[in-house]
Design a protein around this ligand. Structure first.
Ligand SMILES: Cc1ncc(COP(=O)(O)O)c(C=O)c1O
Length: 402
């Protein structure tokens, strides 16, 4: 294990354990039903895989790819993949039905029978929007709890789907505990994207639900385009774990790099301390709202600790750089809209291949044959922040780091 800093980014090179198998519930055969399920949802379409060829040439690498989740079901983020699968499986179990047989369309036809089931969750925005959308589609009430300081635009997007939203005066982790207590008291079904002792079934289904992104990437890339480096942003780490497990089976030579906001880097801390049960305390301020989580998901952290090659703590300017580059790309590359939590992978990729991080580029083994994949996990969910960053250059790249 090695730690270093460059250009304000914290790096941890992790000792990966090749011998430990991937968890059985994330093996490709265990998640094979997931993409088939999502294909039964109205308006399903695979999200685009963008090839930033000109950025790759300018950076001296063989490929830069971005899976753009912004168009996912018109909800601007990947998150609904998890909640739709988990809620649908849970409902089918309650009703004694097989989701594989009836699909989402079959649940929609039984809307009347689902009456009485209320959903609840805590969220920074995207997960709650996914839960609210599924609840609306299936005709269930949804109770959504948000941490203090939740962006008004993120709240409004959830309310617009008919959910009841309460903004607490708590941080994200404490909001999860609050939602859990209220769900228990009121008999609501908690649809949380992280686990805790005694609550694992629904988070497992949510995490499995993300497998559709990996399946779509594998279907899109030719064998000669297999990524060598995959950048995955983490809040609690559930999405990163799902993608790591699935993509490692499709692309066995890939190295995985976990990205977090520098001052809320709980997965990096857990890996550094070899302790999955850590939490980050102190100032949890970052523009990356979706990644502002202080405690890793206990179901996933062991996998990240064993299999992720690197952990990076990123200052906000890494995400801001990615947001600007997404919509003002290298001439000839496609432009797209990336939100704060979505853009950090492209921001880190661009910095690594730009010459600003020479030491880290070498240590990560990035060379002319490398193909770098990252995920734009959200479009602009908070347009005010997006405009400040993109149009007014808020959060600029520092000239030098002292
Ligand atoms: C846009 C976005 N990207 C990434 C993540 C990280 O997902 P996880 O909390 O599973 O690590 C989130 C979480 O809400 C998110 O909203």
């Amino acid at each position: 294990m090695q730690k270093w800093q460059e250009y304000g980014l914290d790096f941890l090179a992790n000792d990966i354990d090749e011998a430990v198998p991937l968890p059985a519930w994330l093996q490709l055969d265990a998640v094979a039903a997931v993409p088939k399920f999502h294909a039964t949802m109205p308006n399903y379409a695979p999200t685009p895989l963008l090839r930033l060829e000109h950025l790759a040439v300018a950076g001296g690498v063989a490929g830069v790819y971005v899976k753009n989740e912004a168009p996912r079901f018109g909800l601007n983020a990947f998150k609904v993949l998890g909640s739709s699968y988990a809620v649908s499986q849970t409902l089918c179990q309650k009703l004694g039905l097989s989701l594989e047989e009836i699909g989402f369309a079959g649940l929609l036809r039984r809307r009347g029978q689902l009456h009485g089931l209320a959903l609840a969750t805590a969220t920074d925005g995207n997960h709650g929007r996914g839960v609210a959308w599924v609840a609306r589609e299936l005709g269930c009430p949804a109770h959504i709890f948000m941490p203090a300081g939740a962006e008004p635009e993120r709240q409004a997007a959830i309310r617009a789907l008919g959910a009841e939203v309460e903004v607490t005066d708590l941080c994200y982790d404490d909001t999860v505990a609050y939602a859990r207590a209220l769900a228990e008291k009121n008999g609501w079904t908690l649809v949380q994207d992280t686990a805790f002792p005694g609550y694992e079934d629904i988070p497992k289904l949510i995490i499995q639900g993300y497998a559709t992104m990996a399946a779509e990437i594998a279907a899109e890339l030719a064998p000669t385009e297999a990524p060598t480096h995959v950048f995955l942003q983490a809040g609690v780490g559930s999405m990163a774990g799902a993608m790591l497990a699935c993509l490692a089976q499709y692309f066995p030579a890939a190295r995985f790099i976990i990205l977090e906001p520098k001052n809320v880097a709980c997965c990096l801390k857990a890996a550094a301390e070899n302790n999955d049960a850590v939490s980050v305390s102190g100032k949890q301020e970052t523009i990356m709202a979706g990644l502002n989580c202080g405690t890793p998901c206990p179901l996933i952290m062991p996998l990240l600790r064993e299999k992720a090659a690197f952990f990076l703590g990123c200052p906000d300017y890494v995400a801001a750089h990615g947001m600007r580059l997404a919509c003002q790309p290298q001439a000839g590359d496609p432009a797209y809209v990336a939100g704060e939590s979505g853009a950090v992978g492209l921001g880190a990729t661009a910095l690594l291949i730009s010459g600003r991080l020479p030491q880290s580029r070498e240590r990560l083994g990035i060379d002319a044959a490398s193909r770098l994949l990252s995920l734009n996990t959200e479009g602009s969910m908070a347009p005010k922040i997006w405009r400040q960053v993109v149009e007014e250059n808020a959060c600029p790249l520092p000239e030098v780091i002292c």
